[in-house]
Design a protein around this ligand. Structure first.
Ligand code: ADP
Length: 259
């Protein structure tokens, strides 16, 4: 992704952004939201202006991962004021519904809410807007691709064969709606025992790199199973890990630099 792109705009909206990056996966539970949030935080740490949009409207987990709560206010100019983590604007369906409330959408409502998030949120000037996509389905990808030119997508998967098959579907879904594939990230790729230093390939390792090669897409890097990431995500403190834990953030730095 080039930093010297001209900013794109959605209609008359307040969004002025150089690169929109969608983070997707074939199925849930592979760490897509963790990677999306960590990528946004890492790009910000490396000096970019970043916004994070949670388009996983059925299972919004970004507010929880970042420890954010609150209701977005509507400004006088009828814009949605996003919730901010420091200077990073974040928008999620999670800010609009009760935590235990299920979201039941019809297609047009989904389409409308994604367009509102994009076009009516007061994002300001951004270098990157990172979008956490819902797993699997193509309707949000289709809506996005019609609303805004995306720089591309990052597909997250685990090294397991079943997860890789789902990742292949995600790639073909992005291709169908003409969203370029920036590459694949292998998450939960091995676990290094902190006591003995030995690496255990719990879900396997290396499968995504091979699959990426086979599909002719870039391999952006791997993220090991790291208990600090899981604990920080559960505690709403993912930002602290990215800011302060050099060991945990090192693989994320490499991934952020490769997008
Ligand atoms: P998805 O968005 O694909 O459903 P999440 O990002 O919500 O997945 O992650 C699912 C669970 O796995 C969360 O509890 C998260 O903290 C954990 N997790 C994700 N990636 C890692 C990792 N690399 N190491 C340890 N735990 C992880």
């Amino acid at each position: 992704v080039h930093h010297d792109r001209a900013p794109v705009r959605v209609g008359q909206s307040a969004l002025r952004v150089k690169s929109v990056i969608a983070v997707g996966s074939g199925k849930g539970g592979v760490g897509k939201s963790t990677v999306a949030a960590s990528l946004a935080l890492t790009l910000r740490r490396l000096g970019s202006k970043v916004g994070l949009m949670d388009a996983d409207v059925y299972g919004p987990s970004i507010p929880h991962l970042l420890g954010l709560t609150g209701r977005p206010a509507i400004t006088e100019s009828k814009r949605i004021e996003p919730i901010r983590l420091g200077d990073m604007p974040v928008m999620s369906m999670g800010f609009l519904i009760e935590p235990d409330q299920a979201v039941i959408w019809r297609g047009p409502m989904l389409h409308g809410s994604i367009n509102q998030f994009l076009g009516e949120t007061d994002w300001g000037d951004l270098d990157y807007l990172i979008i956490d996509m819902p797993p699997g389905t193509g309707d949000v990808a289709l809506t996005l691709s019609q609303a805004i030119p995306l720089a591309g997508s990052v597909v997250v998967c685990t090294p397991q064969e079943v997860a890789l098959l789902d990742a292949v579907k995600a790639i073909s879904m992005f291709r169908k709606v003409n969203i370029p594939i920036l590459g694949m990230v292998e998450n939960m790729s091995g676990f290094m025992c902190p006591d003995c230093g030995k690496t255990y390939d719990i879900f396997g390792s290396g499968g995504a790199r091979d699959k990426a090669e086979e599909l002719d897409v870039a391999f952006l890097g791997k993220l090991p199973i790291d208990i600090t990431l899981r604990e920080a995500g559960d505690a709403g403190q993912l930002a602290d890990v990215i800011e302060h834990n050099e060991k945990a953030r090192a693989p994320l730095d490499a991934i952020a630099k490769s997008v």
